[in-house]
Design a protein around this ligand. Sequence first.
Ligand SMILES: O=C[C@H](O)COP(=O)(O)O
Length: 284
Amino acid sequence: MTSPARVAPAAGRRPLFAGNWKMHTLPAEAARLAAAVREGLEGPAGPVPAGAAEVVLCPPFTSLATAAEALAGSGIALGAQDVAWGDFGAFTGEVSAPMLRALGCRYVIVGHSERRRLLGEDDALVQRKLLAALAGGLVPILCVGEDAAQRQEGRTAAVVLGQAAYALAGLEPEEAARVVIAYEPVWAIGSGQPATPADAQAVAAAIRRLVERLHGPATAAAVRILYGGSVKPDNIGGFMAQPDIDGALVGGASLDGTAFARLVREGMAARAAAGGPAAGAERP
Ligand SMILES: O=C[C@H](O)COP(=O)(O)O
């Protein structure tokens, strides 16, 4: 997986930084954290240099409402961490796309490895959730990634591309172009041991080539691919300098508002240095 993608005009894709708060924050705490991110992006240091960055915060369901209030009027978007495969019905405990939209969500994470591994979500269920998100007007952030054993067995590409192909194959090209794909090696999540930017780039390029095979070059050029797994303010630059990596899905470092805002700034600075959207662009 070392050959470069043929379609990768990074400058045409808006960088995206998503904070996945996982099962953290009570409602009041979520409001404070969202306000801290907002302050970090809009505050004394001035608006995020490249204003072209898209920033998404994904609190737990129970904190969506207070986070939405704290983000009102800002350019920061709200996302959920999961979505049901149907809209309404007898599905105890589930939360659907229309419900999330009503709370102000624009994004939703689908197929996170913690749900695949701990809650038994398989590719078929992930695909149904992806379809429900798209049909409900949400932008899905589709997570794919290999675990440590699969990596050691040399199966990274097979696993990652298999998960992505299952989820994306049946979509129309314009639907596929809306999907954000997050490459998150399971072994890198919460471990403090991120993938190297070069390895992440190789996988991202392979994902983009897969999208090209499935949906054509225009879709491949448009789809945004994130890296996730132990991303911090101090290492985001290496990932954002890669031509096929358009942002990050961040867990631990998104629980500190100041650090997350710094991560966005560092990421955008690296992207600008690498030739992507530069300072002065429109705010979201
Ligand atoms: O969704 C986020 C990922 O699981 C990454 O988490 P992490 O940044 O704590 O490694």
